[in-house]
Design a protein. Structure first.
Lengths: 388, 122
């Protein structure tokens, strides 16, 4: 067994683990959504199955499995059955490129009868240098699954819902792509890990030839790109078809949009895809604007945490494991709060009308994100000229 | 090179999904019923669904405009990522003004589109 084989096996296991973690996060999020909506609307929500209704989703999964398998007579069967399977792929592949923690450094370990050299275990599916471009490309493939479902169902509601959903997705992709231009200008890289590293330390501004440093605020992208952050977050709501932008499944007009004809497990897979897109959006937002996995206190940057945990545990390897766990928890807290905002907004804001949605995307968010990119370009230029 | 990982994960998810659908189909089964049960849903009475449903031309227009604008945005990405290098080598003002000329065309196109009512939904 060569070194390559071991590395391939470890990476394969890691990818599968990330995918299964995403899948198992969905029941928790659905539970959070139902309990959260009940909390917001002064109801109880599911509270019968298990403690706090936590086992409700397990019961739902059993029910989904035993549902009769149905496809309409007019359906294109291949597309109809493949659409929910393909719905899982774009979000998972995009999520795997988001760094979730600092790497674990292994100096040497013994396995399979021989010793293996230094190994860096990244808490990230794939480390791609063009991270953002890859994630945008992957997550926009979701439009195809929606069209497959809409056309494959052979139902008018599905087709209309799919058309609406894809038109909405592509319209907001413009604002999304342009708001990311501001981020790229700010950090000068496509790589998410470098972006997170650029946000370490305390917040500082150049003003009139002198540097103003904040004592307690971290150097997060949010303070440099407030408008870009808001535009990005709003556009991701439309990308993942969440309220207030869930025109694709406006039940008053379209029954359930592109998944009208789906039920049981196939429906559940569309759900996993939708929540997967929320997870990608939250992970990206954390990496772009909230310092990624880094702790929110300027002096506790990842290097300082690694130093502290190495001194605490006495060995470099266990120190890096502890640091990775701390940063993973930090990432997950940011990630969870952002996902909660998705749920919170869904149960707070009413749905738009379709023309309002398109107007907002093309006539408001596109010009504003363009302005944001231009202002950032001028700002970066002026800051660099002032420094020289 | 993560390409192998990407292909591996995509195939794994495909197998996982196909397995789940197959399992659900085996357990759930498919019971016979009157012909109307297998029609696509359309509000309750017998459906008239046909594939040649007429679709608003706005959707095609949106798709075409999306492609135009998306390509223009994609042109901004390499510019944005090399911008700091250009500033460091003293060509910042040139690159910035070049992009502003490009964006002027972009903005002109956007306003022309709005003015020609291509983005009106009724």
């Amino acid at each position: 067994m060569g070194k390559d084989t071991l590395e391939i096996a470890i990476n394969g296991l890691k990818l599968v683990l990330i995918f299964l973690m995403m899948v198992q996060a969905v029941p928790i999020l659905v539970w959070l959504e139902r309990r959260g909506s009940a909390f917001i609307q002064n109801r109880f929500g599911p509270n019968r199955v298990g403690p706090l209704g936590l086992l409700q989703l397990l019961a739902d999964a059993v029910k989904f499995l035993t549902k009769e398998d149905f496809y309409p007579r007019t359906a294109v069967k291949t597309l109809f059955y493949l659409a929910p399977v393909f719905a899982l792929i774009p979000a998972t592949l995009a999520f795997c490129a988001i760094p979730m923690s600092t790497p674990i450094q292994v100096a040497a370990f013994d396995a399979f009868g021989s010793s293996w050299g230094p190994y860096v275990f990244k808490i990230q599916g794939f480390d791609i240098s063009v991270g953002i471009v890859y994630i945008l490309g992957m997550s926009s493939l979701a439009a195809y699954t929606i069209l497959m479902a809409g056309w494959g169902s052979g139902s008018k509601y599905s087709l209309l819902g799919a058309l609406r959903a894809s038109a909405q997705t592509i319209s907001y992709e413009l604002a999304l792509g342009l708001s990311i231009v501001g981020v790229i200008l700010l950090y000068g890289t496509f790589d998410l890990t470098s972006m997170i590293q650029a946000q370490e330390g305390a917040l500082h501004f150049q003003m009139m030839g002198q540097t103003v440093t904040s004592q307690f605020l971290p150097n997060w992208g949010f303070f440099y790109q407030p408008l870009g952050a808001v535009l990005f977050f709003a556009a991701t709501f439309a990308e993942s078809n969440r309220l207030p932008f869930d025109l694709a499944e406006g039940e008053a007009e379209l029954v359930a949009g592109f998944h009208t004809e789906y039920g049981g497990f196939k429906m559940l897979m569309f759900f996993i895809g939708e929540y997967g897109h929320m997870m990608v959006a939250s992970g990206l937002f954390a990496a772009f604007y909230l310092g990624g996995y880094a702790l929110p206190i300027p002096s506790w940057n990842p290097a300082a945490v690694l130093h502290w945990s190495t001194e605490l545990l006495g060995s470099k390897e266990s120190g890096s494991v502890l640091a990775a766990i701390i940063h993973f928890l930090s990432f997950n807290i940011k990630f969870g709060l952002l996902l909660w905002i998705f749920i919170w907004v869904r149960w707070t804001l009413p749905r738009f009308r379709y023309d309002q949605l398109m107007d907002l995307g093309w006539k408001t968010m596109l010009p504003w994100s363009l302005a944001n990119a231009m202002i950032t370009a001028v700002g970066v230029y002026l800051a660099s000229v002032a420094m020289v | 090179m993560p390409l192998g990982g990407i292909i591996f994960l995509a195939l794994f998810i495909l197998a996982f999904g196909v397995f789940l659908i197959f399992l659900a189909r085996k357990i759930g089964g498919r019971k016979p019923g009157p012909a109307v049960k297998f029609e696509a849903y359309e509000c309750g009475i017998t459906g008239v669904a046909k594939k040649d449903t007429k679709i608003s031309v706005k959707f095609y227009l949106t798709a075409i405009l999306f492609i135009l604008f998306d390509i223009e945005i994609i042109f901004m990405y390499p510019w944005a990522v090399t911008y700091r290098d250009f500033i460091a080598s003293g060509q910042g003002a040139f690159v910035l003004s070049a992009m502003f000329i490009f964006l002027a065309v972009f903005i002109f196109g956007l306003f022309w589109e709005i003015k020609s009512r291509a983005l009106e939904w009724d």
